[in-house]
Design a protein around this ligand. Structure first.
Ligand code: ZN
Length: 285
């Protein structure tokens, strides 16, 4: 990084995006889908779920299989976030709901690279079906979730949270993917030709084309937030832009991790403030 005296600022295009990887397109998920295609609505038909449905959030019947305190925490957090970001959700998605599901996932295998590491995932967000899937095998109790997240935070792998918010990390991170999906959809709608291409790729199951269109918009969003951090909050150190090691995976994980930190951590960090400002601005449009 070369200095340019008091005026020095890192190159906003180069500095940030060089560190962030590209979306891996060859990840294999070992999921026990069970009767997922026949999934009906959850039995949790109460005031909370009615409110959720107003916010376009649908609970699948697989959610009934979750441990009750984990389910309660998850549904309340989804509801709170849906309320908080309702302007983004209502403004950007015309006809799609967010589906919350919970089924057994054994492991995730990344095939790219020399080795083929496998790990247990806590949850997934599927951008083509617009659903958050929580892993029944890993989300077994609140104390177990806290332990896993704390260990990841201690290694710097996941973002820091306030102590009372530790167990909310997984669902908040996944909700961040959903919010970004809404933002991407809205941006693509500005360019009818591109939007048509995107929808066709989705309908025809051309996932690598679908992902690459999505990723170009996700990287645009990263740059916008970095610009706010630099211009408004005078951030000059690119290292401060990455809230966790996991956020360097790709532009989508960066957004989800920053979204989690913004919602779960009381901090004055420049990039959290920039993210907050970005989300406020997007909600006003
Ligand atoms: Zn993620």
């Amino acid at each position: 990084m070369g200095g340019r005296g008091a005026e020095f600022r890192p190159d906003r295009q180069k500095g940030v995006l060089d560190e962030i990887g590209h979306k891996k397109k060859d990840v294999t998920y070992f999921i026990d889908y069970g009767d997922i295609n026949k999934e009906s609505r959850s039995k949790m038909q109460n005031n909370l779920t009615n409110k959720l449905e107003d916010n376009k959030i649908i609970l699948g019947s697989s959610v009934d299989n979750m441990e009750s305190s984990v389910r309660e925490m998850t549904v309340i957090q989804v509801n709170d976030l849906a309320e908080k970001y309702s302007r983004i959700i209502h403004g950007y998605l015309n006809d799609e709901n967010l589906m919350l599901r919970s089924y057994a996932m054994d492991r995730v295998s990344i095939k790219s690279g020399k080795r083929s590491p496998e790990y247990q995932t806590g949850a997934l967000f599927s951008s083509n079906t617009n659903e958050i899937c929580l892993n029944l095998r890993t989300n077994t109790s609140l104390s177990q979730i806290r332990e896993t997240i704390k260990a990841n935070q201690a290694r710097g792998d996941l973002v820091q949270t306030d102590i009372r918010n530790v167990e909310k990390h997984i669902v908040t991170h996944e909700f961040g993917h959903f919010i970004e999906n809404c933002l991407i959809e809205k941006r693509l709608q500005q360019d009818i030709k591109k939007y048509k291409e995107y929808k066709e790729a989705k309908n025809n199951g051309e996932w690598s084309k679908f992902l690459s269109i999505q990723e170009s918009k996700a990287r645009e969003i990263v740059n916008e937030i970095w610009s706010i951090a630099q211009d408004k909050y005078h951030e000059t150190n690119v290292k401060n832009f990455y809230p966790s090691k996991y956020s360097k995976t790709d532009a989508f994980e960066w957004f989800a991790e920053m979204f989690a930190e913004t919602n779960l951590h009381t901090t004055n960090k420049t990039c959290v403030r920039a993210m907050q400002e970005f989300l406020d601005k997007e909600g006003e449009i």
